[in-house]
Design a protein around this ligand. Structure first.
Ligand code: NAD
Length: 250
């Protein structure tokens, strides 16, 4: 599926990003793993190398424009071009009501989840324009189209990346660049586990709002990103695709 192709994955040191990195490498792709968490990123790299896959890790804080630029330059230097980018890195909400949210917490979330995604896309698109196109996938959230309790900054940043995605799909479709977003429901990753520890009762609430009655595993979400990144989704762009166990149907 990805033989001869190179893909950048952000947030690759944990959860969905780690799954995607492993799955892309297993499908023959070369992966540039990016994460602000050096230890997590190195662990994912070791897992891929152990399986005989091709990858490279680069410590990257997506909220720093120069880091995003270097991440893309590093992928192009290593693999000659980038065919795909999975912009998946994000932080969770601080779990307070809007009237209690500090300006600092608001800015931090928007800086990473929205502006950081913009920085990544800025340099990825510039690189893809030079080589005739590519596919970009952003991880938004069910909270990118629905309200979610105690998550004003997260809901806002995840709604925001859908706007960024739709704009880029319109502006770059004619240049061979497809841009889509996936909208996961609850996923069994460290991000969710932390939020559940901070909010007693959240576990039962989350199960109750997913018609499938469970969370997803990281691979179930990563697989949808792989499809969008691949040529199998060659006529799909500008789409915000729910991967949420039915959560946003009601
Ligand atoms: N876990 C869920 O229930 C859930 C639900 C809906 C959407 N999502 C989204 O799925 C994506 C993956 O989340 P996950 O559940 O795998 O979380 P996770 O916390 O396991 O992984 C996120 C990774 O992003 C990295 N990261 C955070 N800030 C960064 C930065 N500034 N620069 C680079 N890397 C950074 C973290 O170090 C971490 O390795 C996120 O976009 C998240 O918002 C998660």
């Amino acid at each position: 599926m990805f033989k001869g192709k190179s893909v950048i994955v952000t947030g690759a040191g944990s959860g969905v990003g780690r799954s995607a990195g492993l799955l892309i490498a297993r499908a023959g792709g070369s992966v540039l793993l990016a994460d602000v968490n050096e230890q997590g990123g190195q662990e994912t790299l070791a897992m891929i190398v152990k399986e005989g896959g091709k990858a490279k890790f680069m410590r990257t804080d997506i909220a720093v424009e120069d880091d995003a630029r270097r991440m893309v330059e590093s992928a192009v230097a290593a693999y000659g071009r980038i065919d795909g980018a999975f912009n998946n890195a994000a932080i969770a909400q601080t779990s307070v009501l809007l009237h209690e949210l500090t300006a600092e917490a608001w800015r931090r979330n928007l800086d990473i989840n929205l502006t950081g995604t913009f920085f990544c896309m800025k340099y990825q698109i510039a690189a893809m324009l030079k080589t005739g196109g590519g596919s970009i996938v952003i991880t938004s959230s069910a909270a990118g189209v629905n309200g979610f309790p105690l998550a004003p900054e997260y809901c806002s940043s995840k709604h925001g990346v859908i706007g960024l995605m739709r704009n880029a799909a319109v502006d770059y479709g004619g240049k061979g660049i497809r841009v889509n977003a996936i909208l996961p429901g609850a996923i069994r990753t460290p991000m969710l586990m932390k939020a559940m520890t901070e909010n007693p009762g959240m576990e039962e609430y989350l199960k109750s709002i997913h018609p499938l009655g469970r969370y997803s595993e990281p691979d179930e979400v990563a697989q949808s990103a792989l499809w969008l990144l691949s040529d199998a989704a060659s006529f799909v762009t500008g789409a915000a695709i729910a991967v949420d166990g039915g959560y946003t149907t009601h």
